[in-house]
Write a protein that binds this ligand. Structure first.
Ligand code: FES
Ligand code: FES
Length: 165
């Protein structure tokens, strides 16, 4: 039996009906068509499904949609434009940094990486490379070897901080 939920997704109010066993990632992808949030595993290990729930990075494959009732959810689609865009291309500074630092190859992990990285900067402003690596342990990338991702997060962090000044 479907259950009504009400939440805010990427700044917009959403009223929906979900089954009790609908995962948050299924709800985002299949009901709201926000397919930037990826599914890379079925063991809650890869982090490709990472979104922000009330400002904290969470694995949306590991939560029920019901658990987001009343919450504020941000997906990769809602990130652009939330912090100053000095380059003027519409990207969030963290997205721009991943592009500039070649922090992606196939890009499958990238939405989750970017969502984890932006949450990291909010929680640990000024994080060093070791802290960034530790924080991203829950986000797996099969392509890049992580060096460019860490560089991207450092650059994105600087961009976020200068945008906030
Ligand atoms: S799909 Fe959520 S951790 Fe892999
Ligand atoms: S860029 Fe391909 S999995 Fe990370």
């Amino acid at each position: 039996m479907a259950i009504p939920i009400r939440l805010t997704v990427n700044g917009k109010p959403v009223d929906a009906q979900v089954e009790p066993n609908t995962l948050l990632v299924q709800f985002l992808r299949e009901q709201l068509r926000l397919t930037g949030t990826h599914v890379g595993c079925d063991t809650a290990q890869c982090g490709a499904c990472t979104v922000h729930l009330d400002g904290r990075a969470v694995k949306s494959c590991n939560l029920l949609a019901l658990q987001a009732d009343g919450a504020t959810v941000t997906t990769i689609e809602g990130l652009a434009g939330t912090v100053g865009d000095k380059v003027g291309n519409g990207l969030h500074p963290m997205q721009e940094a991943f592009r500039e630092c070649h922090g992606l190859q196939c890009g499958f992990c990238t939405p989750g990486m970017v969502m984890s990285a932006t949450a990291l900067v909010q929680e640990h402003p000024g994080a060093d490379a070791a802290t960034i690596r530790k924080h991203l342990e829950g986000n797996l990338c099969r392509c890049t070897g992580y060096h460019n991702i860490v560089r991207a997060v450092q650059q994105g962090q600087a961009g976020m901080q200068s945008s906030a000044e």
